[in-house]
Design a binder for this molecule. Structure first.
Ligand code: CP
Length: 327
């Protein structure tokens, strides 16, 4: 693997290899072997042009647990606010000796530009670009699903398996969601059946060509699909105003028709896990009752995010299986 830019670039074999490596990383963490020497002497740069809590901190934790040095760069407070370009920022980081760059950027395609520009020669990991992709989020979601739906819970991770036949319902603001796009790509590759549920105004043009089913009716989808996992998406009100897109039903109307409340929680199959990538709008797309219920994997997803990012950095920087197709 040279870069990780899109979940859609991963073959089934590559995705399963990352999930299996994640299992190994998670096992070392649960045995309280907090630090592995695998990336000693290497430097990972976290280049964040957009806000983040989970992704930025977990990439930092992942790199440090593999003994890499970490440089955290946030656009806020940097020379980007004086107008410095992505190119000049990248050249500066290369001059400082980065061995890998993790980038989050508000512009879709920025990680691809960085990887293919020739400005830097290190692996690039997409930590979320605009409304496009968030591949490590999809990988941590798939790892969490595999653990619960295939592996029988923590410790039984379904190593070597994919998600063939799993039924996943993804609900909410698909239009603005790189998480939805990445999950549809990866879950399809892993053999799962995905149903997107959203108001028509929060679905992107061309969604009918995506490898999934689409519905406007959450109650009907819960009854008809009988999902193994339901993933609630954050309503991205900040992108609606800045991008000028996406009519937002009133919060009350949205919550009534698309929120996961106690009644809908009770209607889900008993084994169905409740997921959310975070950050959550509690009381809008998900009720506190659903978010904090025993079937919620939301906190576990965050923990699994560290192990997934350890696996990705390890495979990119410490050798792994060379798979150019995952660029
Ligand atoms: N899920 C996710 O990307 O969260 P952050 O924006 O906090 O990184």
């Amino acid at each position: 693997m040279r870069h990780l830019l899109s979940a859609g670039d991963l073959s089934r074999a590559e995705a399963v290899e990352i999930l299996d490596t994640t299992s190994t990383m998670a096992a070392t963490q649960s045995r309280e072997i907090k630090k592995l020497p695998a990336l000693r002497g290497l430097t990972v740069v976290n280049l964040f042009f957009e806000d983040s809590t989970r992704t930025r901190i977990s990439f930092e934790a992942a790199a440090k647990r593999l003994s890499a040095d970490v440089i955290n760069f946030s656009a806020k407070g940097s020379s980007v606010s004086k107008g410095e370009s992505l190119k000049d920022t990248a050249l500066t980081l290369a001059a400082m000796g980065a061995d890998a760059v993790v980038i989050r950027h508000q512009a879709s395609g920025a990680p691809h530009r960085l990887a293919t520009s020739g400005w830097i020669r290190t692996p690039v990991v997409n930590a979320g670009d605009g409304m496009h992709q968030h591949p490590t989020q999809a990988l941590l979601d798939a790892f969490t699903m595999r653990r619960h739906l295939v592996g029988g819970g923590e410790g039984g991770d379904g190593v070597g398996e994919d998600l063939t036949g799993a039924k996943v319902v993804i609900v909410g603001d698909v239009l603005h969601s790189r998480v939805a796009r990445s999950n549809v790509d990866l879950l399809h590759t892993l053999g799962a059946h995905v149903t997107l549920v959203a108001p028509p105004t929060l679905l992107p043009v061309g969604v009918d060509t995506w490898p999934c089913a689409v519905s406007y009716d959450l109650d009907a989808s819960i009854a008809d699909v009988r999902p193994d996992a339901i993933m609630m998406l954050r309503v991205q009100r900040e992108r609606m105003s800045s991008a000028g897109g996406g009519f937002f039903p009133s919060p009350m109307e949205y919550s009534r028709r698309y929120g996961l409340d106690g009644t809908r929680l009770a209607a889900l199959p008993e084994h169905c896990v409740v997921m959310h990538p975070g950050p959550m709008n509690r009381g809008l797309e998900i009720s506190a009752k659903a978010a904090d219920s025993p079937r919620s994997t939301i906190v576990e997803q965050v923990a699994n995010g560290v192990a997934v990012r350890m696996a990705v950095l390890y495979l990119l920087l410490a050798g792994g299986t060379p798979t150019e197709g995952s660029r």
